[in-house]
Design a protein around this ligand. Structure first.
Ligand code: OGA
Ligand code: MN
Length: 300
């Protein structure tokens, strides 16, 4: 297995292009360790020509830890799901493999992916890796962009670094949905757990490399102890800083690409495509994190 740096930024390696390995086959412990070491160094790894089906993707994913249960189809009932529970359906298809209509609620909800975010940052224990497999890609558009939150942190001035060192943010799916214009009350009862704000550190330290990174996401609604308008204005500033071109890589998908990103050290967003006319079938498996990043509020 070889990793070629695709993008370097002012802080070093960010996106690596991996060749010489077939991820659909059972891997040795050494191969898994090599991928993990690559993830620690780069934060985003791209593999081409990985002909996964859902079972081989899930089997490969389990090498890196326990899987999250997807809530991607949250606006639909469980029986409307196209994919198994461990697989987030990042497509524009319904369970009959038909393209969703313009006013389809699942489609509208999925537009939240167009905001810069880190997966499952609204969970007390947020996601570690996400693994996104491209099965069908549109002819144009539909890139995924990644931003390096280690490089974004490194580039802050010392005064700002000191100011934000111990800040705690509150994340909830309600905040990101608000940004794209969903009314608060328009949310399924079964998803209430995703609305209760959870606390996250604004600065995270990578457990292996010791590098610090900014932990930002569209799900942030406030900073603990701050007036909300001031918190939101500041988070916007940090978002703008962290998504400058020198920290961002755009991935142009080919069918059978598999991209793994580290949600602890990166943000990502989906880019627009003609989803009423072209199929984009992507499937995501997600590795659970191992710890909270900040003490949670006591339940009342
Ligand atoms: C995701 C996601 C972006 C995309 O799968 O978590 O945000 O480009 N995807 O589909
Ligand atoms: Mn995502």
């Amino acid at each position: 297995m070889d990793i070629t740096p695709l993008t370097r930024n002012p802080s070093g390696d960010f996106v690596g292009d991996v060749t010489g390995i077939d991820l659909t086959k059972t891997l040795t412990a050494q191969q898994v360790a090599a991928i993990e070491a690559g993830m620690d160094r780069f934060a985003v790894l791209i593999f081409h020509d990985q002909h996964f089906d859902d079972d081989t993707q899930l089997a490969f994913s389990r090498n890196f830890g326990d899987l999250e249960i997807s809530s991607g189809g949250e606006m639909s009932k469980p029986e409307d799901r196209r994919l198994k529970l461990e697989m987030a359906d990042i497509s524009n298809l319904d369970r009959d493999n038909k393209m969703r209509a313009a006013d389809d609620r699942v489609r509208l909800n999925a537009l939240g992916n167009r905001l810069w975010h880190s997966d499952a940052s609204f969970r007390a224990i947020p996601a570690k890796y996400s693994l996104l497999s491209a099965r069908v890609v549109p002819g144009a558009g539909g890139n995924t962009e990644f931003a390096d939150m280690r490089a974004a942190y490194d580039a802050l001035d010392d005064k700002t670094k000191a100011e934000i060192e111990n800040l705690i943010t509150e994340h909830s799916n309600a905040y990101s949905r608000e940004i794209i214009g969903f009314p608060k009350e328009d949310y399924g009862q079964q998803n209430q757990d995703k609305l209760r704000p959870v606390r996250q550190s604004l600065i995270r330290t990578h457990p292996v490399t010791g590098r610090k990174s900014l932990y930002l996401s569209a799900h942030i609604g406030t900073i603990v102890g701050w007036p909300t308008p001031e918190a939101r204005a500041f988070i916007r500033d940090l978002m703008e800083h962290a998504t400058q071109p020198q920290f961002v890589h755009a991935h142009v998908w080919r069918p059978w690409d598999l991209v793994i990103w580290d949600n602890r050290t990166t943000m990502h967003r989906a880019r627009r495509y003609d989803d009423l006319r072209e199929v984009r079938d992507m499937r995501r498996s997600t590795i659970r994190g191992d710890a909270i990043t900040a003490p949670q509020q006591q339940a009342a």
